[in-house]
Design a protein around this ligand. Structure first.
Ligand SMILES: [Zn+2]
Length: 106
């Protein structure tokens, strides 16, 4: 488990599932140009974004760098396709399509 997964696990342990959900959805809400600026450590972006109080720059920056890795595209463990969008869960990559299918099964 890496740092990020540890953080997400801690949030869940403290009953802060809303934080995990927020971070998972942030990628769909943010503009690509904004994402790039976060990755470049441009803190002026904070004035343009509406973020929850618990979100600090360190967390946002870490989140954005995680997204950068994802942008290269990775092989989904479920459909074996190279996909750019998805989530990492327990060191396994699940593409967005498969993730949504799984969610609907819940
Ligand atoms: Zn997939």
């Amino acid at each position: 488990m890496d740092n990020w997964e540890q953080k997400m696990t801690d949030f869940l342990r403290h009953g802060q599932k809303d934080r995990v959900t927020f971070l998972e959805n942030l990628g769909k809400q943010i503009l690509p140009t904004q994402l790039t600026r976060i990755q470049q450590n441009d803190k002026t972006i904070l004035k343009e974004m509406v973020l929850p109080k618990w979100m600090n720059w360190e967390l946002l920056y870490e989140w954005s760098n995680r997204y950068k890795v994802n942008e290269k595209g990775r092989e989904c463990i479920l459909c074996n396709n190279q996909k750019k969008n998805g989530i990492e869960f327990m060191e396994k990559w699940i593409c967005e399509d498969c993730f949504l299918k799984l969610k609907n099964l819940e």
